[in-house]
Every structure is written in structure tokens, then in C-alpha cells.
Design a protein around this ligand. Structure first.
Ligand code: OSB
Ligand code: MG
Length: 377
């Protein structure tokens, strides 16, 4: 079965409320949506690379990683897609081409997702099963951005608890850390609570985290440098609270190094950050063998990326709640049918349809598309 055509779209999703991390405030979520067409079937993939705001008054060049929608468009258009058009459809081939390209993991992950979707559709099974997933619903939590005040944060936490979320992650940064986390902990003594610094601190800030060590946090996510492993190992040695690495883990090799150096006790696996489902599964397998719990992070995905994350999170080593919230937590308008909803036990169902199991409403997707290019016939 040959790949006949690939459509690439830049899609602009409007967030219900701005999402503030230590590195940026996002008002819109731009993403690249790929559809790969072969033999009458369509496979979908989402690229979660960041976009630089085109509102000049709001220029913010601090991104989650070095990948942007522009670099991903370039990698896909000029390197990856031309090697696939008219070629046999194969996940392994995308992995190989991606490894030759080096880097550009989010661009590669989008393409790989679309081919996994097609592969599972051909086999007539859900993606979760193709990946070796073992559950039909996965525990989830919510990631709450930095708020203007402690009271606002307490209010946001209450809103999400009322919706049924049982695990909460607070974004922190210098000046908005210990005071707010302590108040949330005092207000909710039994809440599953964790924090995410998105690389906003240095090793010199270790006392901030030592002070948090008594707050019974599930973990402290990515406190130090965005690609650091060494200094995290120094910080982890000073804390009981597990450090969780997010930004620093791009590959199985990074995970092995972090395990060897005892730089963390938990890994946040984002398929997009590690170049796709194949590498995500490899990292999962190795962490499982080492007794390192993992969970599935999020990048404010649309329904397409969310479906893939749910399939990944159904693998048996994903024992901690994921940053996979219900669709209504994110966007003013979603373009998949049957958006994801939260179950009363703070879980979300893993899609049970074949492939990714999402139904894309092309009319709504078109309305949200700001740029488009087609490759092949
Ligand atoms: O660090 O986990 C992160 C969103 C964008 C970029 C980085 C991160 C996040 C989140 C949101 O925490 C998780 C979600 O998709 O709900
Ligand atoms: Mg994170």
C-alpha cells in the first residue's frame, strides 16, 4: 500500500483562557495537522511544536523547545514528506528517515502518528492495542497555569476539583512558587499535587525545593535546565520528593543516562517530545524494567494528539495520572466529533475505534485552518 497524498495544515485553536508557564503565555494554540492518504484510508497526526506569537506587542521568544511550527513545516515539507510520497506505507520507514534527519522530533512524531493510525486501521484494531496498551481508561489530572494571585489559583483548583479531577499540577516560577503551593497544600491536605517549573530555576535555587520537600508533592517537574541531566542528579540527591524530567528527555539514550545518573525518579513521556510513539514505547519499556514510573504529559493537544496520548497512556508502565484533560478544558472550538470527556473517577476512556479512533469534522477543521499545502496527487 502506497502513500498517495499528504495534506499539511496550520491550524489555529483558540484557548478558553490563556495558559501561563514560566516560559510563555499562550492565548492561541497553533499546530500542524497532517493527513496521510493511502488506499482510501486517512491517517491523522498532530505536530505540537510551539509558535511565536504574531502579535508584535506580545513577542515572546521563550519556547518549550527549539522546535516551532515554522521549523516543523520546513522539516516536513523539505525532508520528510518528499521521501514518503509514492512509497510503501511503513512506520519503521518514517522512524529510519527521521533518525537520518536528526532532531526535529515533534515534526517526526506527527508523521509517525499518522502512519500508526493507518497501520492500526489496516489491522482493524485500536492504536492502543497496536502499541500494547492494556487499559480501556486511564487516570488523568489537570495542569494549571500560573495565576495572577494565590486566591486565583485556589479558585482555579476548586473549579477543577468540582469537575472531578483528582490530580492537580501547578505551574511555578520564581516569585510564584512556595507561597502558592503551600496554600494549595494547606487547603487540600490529601490532594494528589505536583508542580512543574519548566526549567525556570538553577541549582543555586535548591533551597526553594528543599523547602517544598515537606509538602508531600508527587513530584517536582523539570526544575533546572531544559536539556540538563547532570544538575538534576545533584538536586535529586538533596530531595526526598521525586524529580520528574520532561524537557530533558528526547530519546531512549537520554532516559538511560538520567536513570544511570539518578537524575530523577519519574519521567513524563510526551510522544511528541521523543520523536514519536515508537521511541515513547522504548522509553516506557526501559523505565518499566528499572521500576521507574512514567506518565503521559500533554502539549495542549487537539483531539488528534489527545487520542494518541491516551493510547500511549494505556501501556502498563503508565502508572501515574497523565496531563490529558477533557477536551472542554482547552479550546473554544474543537474539530473532532465526540470530544474527550472526564469520567467521575478522574479517568478518560481510551479510544476504542480502529486506529486513532477520532472522527475529524472536515468543515470545522477547514474553518480553523490558516495555511495549507498538499503533497502528491
Ligand atoms: O511542561 O508539561 C508541560 C503545556 C505546554 C507546554 C509544556 C507543558 C504543558 C502542560 C499542559 O503542562 C499539559 C496539557 O496538555 O494539559
Ligand atoms: Mg512539563
Amino acid at each position: 500500500m502506497k502513500i498517495e497524498r499528504i495534506d499539511m495544515r496550520l491550524v489555529r485553536m483558540r484557548l478558553k483562557s490563556p495558559f501561563q508557564t514560566s516560559f510563555a503565555t499562550e492565548w492561541n494554540r497553533d499546530c500542524i495537522i497532517l493527513s496521510v492518504h493511502a488506499d482510501g484510508l486517512t491517517g491523522w497526526g498532530e505536530c505540537v511544536a510551539s509558535s511565536v506569537s504574531d502579535d508584535v506587542s506580545n513577542r515572546n521568544f521563550h519556547l518549550y523547545s527549539y522546535e516551532t511550527t515554522t521549523t516543523a513545516w520546513h522539516a516536513l515539507k523539505d525532508f520528510l514528506i518528499p521521501q514518503l510520497i509514492d512509497q510503501p506505507m511503513s512506520v519503521m520507514r518514517v522512524v529510519e528517515i527521521g533518525e537520518q534527519l536528526r532532531g526535529h522530533g515533534m515534526a517526526r512524531a506527527a508523521l509517525e502518528a499518522a502512519l500508526w493510525d493507518l497501520t492500526a486501521q489496516i489491522e482493524g484494531i485500536p492504536l492502543a492495542r497496536a502499541l500494547g496498551g492494556a487499559r480501556d481508561r486511564v487516570p488523568v489530572g489537570v495542569s494549571i497555569g500560573i495565576q495572577p494571585s494565590i486566591d486565583e489559583m485556589l479558585k482555579r483548583v476548586d473549579e477543577f476539583l468540582a469537575q472531578g479531577y483528582r490530580r492537580v499540577k501547578l505551574k511555578i516560577q520564581p516569585g510564584s512558587d512556595m507561597d502558592v503551593v503551600k496554600r494549595v497544600r494547606e487547603t487540600h491536605p490529601d490532594l494528589l499535587l505536583q508542580v512543574d517549573a519548566n526549567s525556570a530555576y538553577t541549582l543555586g535555587d535548591a533551597p526553594v525545593f528543599e523547602a517544598m520537600d515537606d509538602l508531600r508533592l508527587l513530584m517536582i517537574e523539570q526544575p533546572l535546565g531544559w536539556d540538563d541531566i547532570y544538575e538534576h542528579s545533584k538536586l535529586q540527591a538533596r530531595l526526598h520528593t521525586p524529580i520528574c524530567l520532561d524537557e530533558s528527555i528526547h530519546s531512549l539514550g537520554d532516559a538511560l543516562l538520567a536513570i544511570e545518573m539518578k537524575a530523577m525518579k519519574v519521567i513524563n513521556i510526551k510522544p511528541a517530545r521523543v520523536s514519536g510513539f515508537t521511541e515513547a514505547r522504548r522509553i516506557h519499556d526501559v523505565c518499566r524494567a528499572h521500576g521507574i514510573p512514567v506518565w503521559c504529559g500533554g502539549m495542549l493537544e487537539t483531539g488528534i494528539g489527545r487520542a494518541g496520548n491516551l493510547a500511549v497512556a494505556s501501556m502498563p508502565g503508565f502508572t501515574l495520572p497523565g496531563d490529558i484533560s477533557a477536551s472542554d478544558r482547552y479550546f473554544v472550538e474543537e474539530f473532532i466529533d465526540a470530544p474527550f470527556a472526564l469520567n467521575p473517577d478522574s479517568t478518560i476512556d481510551v479510544p476504542s475505534g480502529v486506529g486513532l479512533g477520532v472522527q475529524v469534522d472536515l468543515k470545522r477543521l477547514d474553518a480553523l485552518t490558516v495555511r495549507r499545502e498538499a503533497f502528491g496527487v
